[in-house]
Design a protein around this ligand. Sequence first.
Ligand code: 4IP
Length: 150
Amino acid sequence: SQLLCKVEVDDKTDCMHEESFDNMMTEQEHSELIEKQKRENIYHKFVENHLVLKQGLVDKKRGLFSRRRMMLLTEGPHLYYVDPVNMVLKGQIPWSRELRPEAKNFHIFYVHTPKRTYYLDDPDGYALEWVKSIQEVWDRYFGTPKVVKK
Ligand code: 4IP
């Protein structure tokens, strides 16, 4: 990814990856987080070395049935989903600027994409948090760039 430089971090000029920009993370802090994830997150092997921003179990409905999946929102951006019983990557919700999350209530939320709307149910009732996180990632990658002033 593109490196952005001449940004003030703790009073010194530093460089950082574009995707870390909003978090004002340095390149080193970013790779430390990836290393920690590699050590501690059993789902790390599915996310192509991307930093996980949010993860949780959700029921993904398709037709009459639903499948419980570990949903992993990562930098990139990506939305991977894994079968947590068999520990198999089942797919990704394709990201584009047309992707749009929408909450129906505390449990149910949608991820609209040009070809398909994903029907998701958070059994713990954190649908609003999912929508907020996905929207934040949308803003970071597709929103108007922020101007950083000294
Ligand atoms: C499957 O239903 C699962 O819901 C799949 O989800 C889903 O694929 C299939 O939809 C759907 O037919 P059964 O398990 O009852 O057969 P997952 O891949 O998470 O196991 P996706 O991944 O696309 O949601 P189709 O239309 O994609 O085949």
